[in-house]
Design a protein around this ligand. Structure first.
Ligand code: GLN
Length: 482
């Protein structure tokens, strides 16, 4: 029995009895034990997964109704709540925090008999691009453990690429699902703003973030989206997707579709030459699939990283103010402290990147500076939205490399926040405009993965997944050797 099978293969093997949920789960847990010392994809592992798998097998044997996932091992980023378990956000400040309820995405998956094997590692509070800012140590890229896996949902990408779970959920505020998907050779989707409930996701920048599915195949990501998308009364920003089936007709192809290459994301000094040549190969593949290619210029892209960091730090500054050591935090002896110093003592436990964001986040919206930073950022955001809508009046999809640089070594960018922020240049546009975008694994160069990003207009996930599936069908990537 292979661990590196697709979700569809898992389901059919369970249905025809060639494997049991317990067998697959026990093999998965064994494998996790073996590789975790190298990969560190997880912050916590749920030992009861094996009991749950036995329970699913019992249901199958007795002919009861079984949910769509048939006991499939799934992992969840550790900023998404699971009742009764820890949700740390990879931060010291929440090290012992126990979630009092299930996130909506979690309860939906549980209802469908998915089994959550563990909570995955991330940059503290999902702020970063390399998982190096986890308070519990970084995750490592399974293709080469000297390299970062990307971030902030690095643990989720490692768990999927490293065969420690078939699927995973991450969160994407500025690229955190797509960036690690690209670095680890898997598929990662940032859905349309509002398509997936965020009830139970610890907030970073609410106005733009989404929970997103990750898997090794586009079809697997479509299956996961089928079960997490749609209206939720607990999240007023959600929209009704009318039970759209993202998996049916996924092989429709893209013949005759119009594809725009985003010029500002696919050329220029910041683009690595290896990434550029892989991207050119993907353009040729799109042409072969029958798509019509044109170049599209979005000149606002130049300002998007600055805009993103102004808006997200402002929101993060406000969201992080709840960690005041009263409701959330440590049990410090309050004796001898006046109120402010009691709070600041606890807040010294935030890591360097979160601290930087809080300082910026207090500054950019403050009286006297809001006009210079926050309002300008909001203007760029609306201009960008207009440019994107113009672009979609001319084409069906917009493409670019997912990340302009190759996966890098640990420590390479950690002391250079600007270099780190620039790695987000191709991913933040989808967040700032609310449109969906997906990263598809395309080539392995010098042993390291490169992904291609496809954007579609809002709520066009079905078409987007068709395009992604068509592109993935042109690849023949090596299996990872673990
Ligand atoms: N790298 C970006 C940041 O640090 C994106 C993170 C994310 O999408 N959560 O904010």
């Amino acid at each position: 029995m292979k661990l590196g099978i697709s979700a569809a293969e898992y389901i059919s093997s369970i249905k025809n009895g060639t494997i049991s949920a317990e067998e697959f789960m026990s093999k998965t847990l064994e494998h996790i034990k073996k590789v975790e010392p190298k990969f560190h994809a997880f912050i916590s592992i749920d030992e009861s997964a094996i009991e749950e798998a036995r329970h699913v097998d019992k249901k199958i044997k007795s002919g009861e109704n079984v949910g769509a996932f048939f006991g499939m091992p799934i992992s969840i980023k550790d900023n998404i709540c699971i009742k009764g378990g820890k949700t740390t956000c990879a931060s010291k400040i929440l090290e012992n925090y126990i979630s009092p309820y299930d996130a909506t995405v979690v309860s939906k998956l549980k209802t469908q008999d998915a089994i959550i094997v563990g909570k995955t590692n991330l940059d503290e509070f999902a702020m970063g691009v390399a998982t190096e800012f986890s308070a519990f140590g970084p995750s490592r890229n399974p293709w080469n453990t000297d390299y970062v896996p990307g971030g902030s949902s690095g643990g989720s990408a490692v768990a999927v690429a490293g065969l420690e779970s078939i699927l995973s959920l991450g969160s994407d505020t500025g690229g955190s699902v797509r960036n690690p998907a690209s670095f680890c050779n898997i598929v990662g989707l940032k859905p349309t703003y509002g398509l997936v409930s965020r009830f139970g996701l610890v907030s970073y920048a609410n106005s733009i973030e989404q929970i997103g599915p990750m898997g090794r195949r586009v079809e697997d990501v479509a299956l996961l989206l089928n079960h997490i998308a749609g209206k939720d009364s607990n999240d007023p920003t959600t929209i009704d997707n009318k039970n759209q089936d993202y998996l049916s007709e996924i092989n429709a192809g893209i013949s005759g579709k119009k594809i725009g290459i985003i010029k500002e994301m696919s050329t220029g000094a910041g683009l690595d030459s290896t990434v550029s040549s892989v991207f050119k190969n993907s353009v040729a593949a799109f042409e072969k699939l029958g798509a019509k290619i044109q170049e599209i210029s979005l000149d606002m892209v130049e300002y998007t990283v600055a805009t993103y960091y102004v808006l997200t730090t402002a929101e993060a500054g406000s969201n992080l103010s709840r960690y005041d050591n009263l409701r959330y935090g440590f049990e410090l002896d309050s004796e001898g402290y006046e109120f402010k110093s009691y709070i600041s003592k606890a807040r010294r436990n935030f890591g360097p990147e979160v601290t930087r964001r809080m300082i910026l986040g207090g500054f950019v919206p403050s009286a006297g500076f809001a006009g210079k930073y926050l309002l300008k950022a909001l203007k760029v955001k609306s201009k960008l939205q207009k440019q994107i809508q113009d672009a979609f009046s001319k084409c069906d999809f917009l493409i670019s490399p997912t990340v302009p640089v190759m996966p890098f070594k640990f420590g390479e960018k950690i002391d250079d926040p600007l270099a780190m922020y620039l790695a987000d240049i191709n991913t933040v546009t989808a967040n700032l405009t609310g449109i969906p975008a997906i990263s598809v694994p395309y080539e392995i160069k010098n042993g390291l993965p490169v992904g291609i990003q496809i954007h579609a207009n809002s709520l066009q996930e079905k078409q987007l997944l068709q395009a992604a599936c068509a592109l993935q069908s042109t690849t023949n990537l090596p299996e990872i050797s673990i």
